[in-house]
Design a binder for this molecule. Structure first.
Ligand code: GA4
Length: 331
């Protein structure tokens, strides 16, 4: 579905970062066909090692469900600003506009950040303007995507010979799993001339702290990933597929074999972009350490031991673009 929205004219662009958007359209995103399980496993592991990023097709998630969620999100973001503001500011959950996280990061984006844990969501008193079906649809979408992620993590375990069964996938399946769900809405970039050919940053460069993230976007470009040689490339949008990215926690659990991928979103001059991201996180008390069954004889962990709760605390004390794992690297 194309998200229609009027370009916003905003005179004070100085407070937003801009960048030269990458003209390199990356045509080599690994494509994993879930209907071909044997090849899928190999491709996923290869992609996680080389890029930390891949696209999944034939995933079995109902396009109707995705469309329903997108339509609820479009309706929410189309509400008058003051209505939306009643669901914010985020702490960290709720509606946010241009401010990302607690430490002064900004981006040309408005968003809803939600926890997928019902016990946490109960602390959020009220999301005005969200249709009655919204929670039901979010719930259905999140369980479908979590199931798909669980399948992908099981495939990784099988391919790498990681045991016991469920040691990886069980982390996001666990009812205590600290997973997040985010809806991002990027309005068209205003006043392009003022930026002299540059693009506003929608969501600045960062890696995701969790295990793996699953992104679906509408048919508007904007997502860029950083290749291992340091160059930024633009990911072609594909609203029928899901993009998976390796997070910091999986990098640690594989002792650096998989790399968490740096990514960012640049705004588009004409079209709104809407994305939905599920961040698969472990339970708060889970120790994030390399998986024993993966370690070779004599291999040592590259990282100091930490729990997910400690890592999250440290992430929320950092700025978006910081190298958060650096603090935990063994010297
Ligand atoms: C990046 C990945 C997810 O969007 C997120 C973000 C979180 C937030 O927006 O609340 C953070 C960011 C993200 C990492 C550093 C801190 C925390 C904003 C920020 C500056 C929900 C997450 O888990 O970490």
């Amino acid at each position: 579905m194309v998200v229609l929205s009027e370009p916003v004219v905003h005179t004070d662009l100085a407070s937003f970062q801009s960048c030269e958007s990458s003209s390199d359209i990356f045509t080599e995103v690994p494509v994993v066909d879930m209907s071909d399980a044997i090849n899928a496993k190999k491709l996923i592991v290869e992609a996680c090692r080389e890029l930390g990023f891949f696209k999944v097709i034939n995933h079995g998630i109902s396009p109707g469900l995705v469309a329903m969620l997108e339509s609820d999100a479009v309706n929410f973001f189309a509400l008058p600003q003051q209505e939306k503001d009643r669901s914010g500011p985020p702490s960290p959950f709720g509606y946010g506009n241009t401010r990302i996280g607690p430490n002064g990061d900004t981006g040309w984006v408005e968003y809803l950040l939600l926890s997928t844990r019902p016990d946490l969501m109960l602390h959020i008193p009220y999301f005005p303007g969200i249709s009655e079906t919204f929670w039901v649809v979010v719930g259905e979408y999140v369980s479908a995507v979590a199931k798909m992620l669980k399948g992908v993590l099981e495939m990784i375990s099988e391919e790498l010979g990681i045991g016991p069964r469920g040691c990886l996938s069980g982390l996001v399946e666990n009812e205590k799993s600290d997973s997040y769900f985010r809806l991002n809405h990027y309005r068209p970039c205003p006043n392009l001339q003022a930026l002299s050919g540059r693009n506003l940053i929608g969501f600045g460069e960062h890696t995701d702290p969790q295990i793996m993230s699953v992104l679906r976007s509408c048919n508007a470009p904007g997502l860029e990933i950083c290749l291992q040689n340091g160059s930024w490339v633009s990911v072609p949008s594909d609203q029928t597929s899901f993009y998976f990215s390796v997070g910091d926690s999986l990098q640690v659990m594989t002792n650096g074999r998989f790399k968490s991928v740096k990514h960012r979103v640049v705004t588009n001059c004409l079209k709104s972009r809407m994305s939905m991201i599920y961040f698969g996180g472990p339970p708060l008390n889970k120790k994030i350490v390399p998986l024993c069954s993966l370690m070779e004889e004599g291999e040592e962990s590259l990282y100091e031991e930490f729990t997910w709760s400690e890592y999250k605390k440290s992430a929320y004390n950092s700025n978006l673009g910081d190298d958060r794992l650096k603090l935990f690297e063994k010297i």
